[in-house]
Structure formats: structure tokens, C-alpha cells
Write a protein that binds this ligand. Structure first.
Ligand SMILES: C[S@@+](CC[C@H](N)C(=O)[O-])C[C@H]1O[C@@H](n2cnc3c(N)ncnc32)[C@H](O)[C@@H]1O
Length: 207
């Protein structure tokens, strides 16, 4: 299980305003699109420093925040300690290799799927880990031409996704009420000084 690239990025992860804005938009969209409640148990996959998870945790009974990067999880553990948060626990694991004995009412995953080569397999694992009636929420980049990440960026397995294709995949995995919305657009300026928008979608569905 490797997370070296993100281990290095962890200490400065929250210093980028665009990341904070995107996480807030994703959390708000999950919050308004799904019927969150205080009895829900949730799994966040690829939680990073908890930007999305900690925004949603007050609306949930318990959140298991999972990532493969010990550096990212250390930053999140520190926040949990500093803010005396009692309903969030962290776990380092890779769902494509490791098992989880628990089932969840909600699974969410923000900006992580494009780092997973076997994205469809992971979506399958999410669906297995949901209780009947549980909800899935996946936010990621819409399909782009590869210019979003720097050429030397590690661990980029997909240049975004066609949301309609993911919707078909999760419908095939048994989810219902599958919906896609655009929640934000990340703005990047290329070497020629030209600004470009990279839309981010949120896919939701119910098992
Ligand atoms: C772009 S970051 C997003 C972090 C966080 N969700 C956010 O929105 O700020 C991707 C995260 O996925 C994690 N990750 C990468 N591959 C993973 C895997 N196979 N299993 C679990 N997490 C993974 C990375 O360690 C990193 O924290």
C-alpha cells in the first residue's frame, strides 16, 4: 500500500484555497442532495486531511475516514485531536486489497477515484459495503484532456470520467435514483496565461 506522493503533500494540503473551496462545495452538494441524519454511519474513501468528511461529520453518527496515505491521515488525526471530535475515526487501508467487516449507510469519495486504476472495481466494493437503502456519493473531475495535473504528478490513473458512463456503471451495480450534477469548476491558468475551467461532478445513488 503506497501513498508516498500524498504523504509529501499532506502538510501543505490545506494551504490551497481552491482545495478548500472545492471540498466545501462537494460537502454542501452531498448535504443537500442526500437525506443525511444523526443515525447514519458513513465511510469516506480517500479522505485526505478530512476537508469533506469533517464538514459532514456533525450531521452523522459516525464517520470512518479511510486513506492509503499515512501522512494525510496524520494531519486528519491531529485535527480530530485538536478539535476534540468524537465521531470520526481514521483507518489506513486499500479497499481493493483489504476487507472491512462493517456496512455503511453512506459512502462518499471526493477527488479520489481518478487515482484508482480499477475504478469500476472500487465502485463495486462501495456498493457491497452499503447497507440496503444506503447512499453513495462520488465527486470527481469530468473527463479532461490530461492538462489538469502537472506532467510529473504521480498516481493519476484517469483524466477524469464521463459522468454518464459512471452512472451506467453504478446502475449496473444495482444502485437506483442515480443522479449527476456539476458542483464546481476548478480554474487553472496554463503556461500561456490562459484560464481554463475543469468541471467537477457529484454522482449520487441509493442501494
Ligand atoms: C486528490 S486527494 C483528495 C483528498 C480529499 N478527498 C480532498 O478532497 O481533499 C486523493 C486522496 O486519495 C488517496 N488515495 C489515493 N489512492 C488511494 C487508494 N488506492 N485507496 C485509498 N485512498 C487513496 C490519497 O492518499 C489522497 O488522500
Amino acid at each position: 500500500m503506497s501513498g508516498k506522493h500524498f504523504d509529501k503533500a499532506a502538510a501543505g494540503w490545506d494551504h490551497k484555497q481552491q482545495r478548500l473551496e472545492l471540498a466545501a462545495k462537494i460537502a454542501a452538494a452531498i448535504s443537500t442532495s442526500l437525506p443525511l441524519h444523526q443515525k447514519m454511519t458513513a465511510l469516506e474513501y480517500g479522505c485526505g486531511t478530512g476537508l469533506v468528511g469533517l464538514a459532514l461529520a456533525p450531521r452523522l453518527r459516525a464517520l470512518t475516514a479511510v486513506d492509503t496515505s499515512s501522512g494525510m491521515l496524520a494531519v486528519l488525526d491531529q485535527k480530530i485531536k485538536d478539535e476534540k471530535i468524537t465521531n470520526v475515526t481514521t483507518q489506513r487501508l486499500d479497499l481493493l486489497q483489504d476487507t472491512l467487516p462493517t456496512r455503511f449507510d453512506l459512502i462518499f469519495c471526493a477527488m479520489t477515484l481518478h487515482h484508482i486504476k480499477e475504478a469500476d472495481q472500487l465502485l463495486g466494493r462501495f456498493c457491497e459495503l452499503l447497507v440496503d437503502g444506503g447512499y453513495l456519493a462520488v465527486a470527481d473531475l469530468q473527463k479532461e484532456d490530461g492538462s489538469f495535473h502537472d506532467a510529473e504528478a504521480d498516481g493519476v490513473m484517469h483524466h477524469g470520467f464521463e459522468p454518464a458512463e459512471l452512472a451506467t456503471t453504478v446502475t449496473g451495480l444495482g444502485l437506483q435514483q442515480v443522479a449527476v450534477q456539476e458542483v464546481h469548476a476548478l480554474i487553472k491558468t496554463n503556461d500561456g496565461g490562459i484560464e481554463r475551467a475543469y468541471p467537477v461532478f457529484l454522482l449520487t445513488g441509493k442501494k
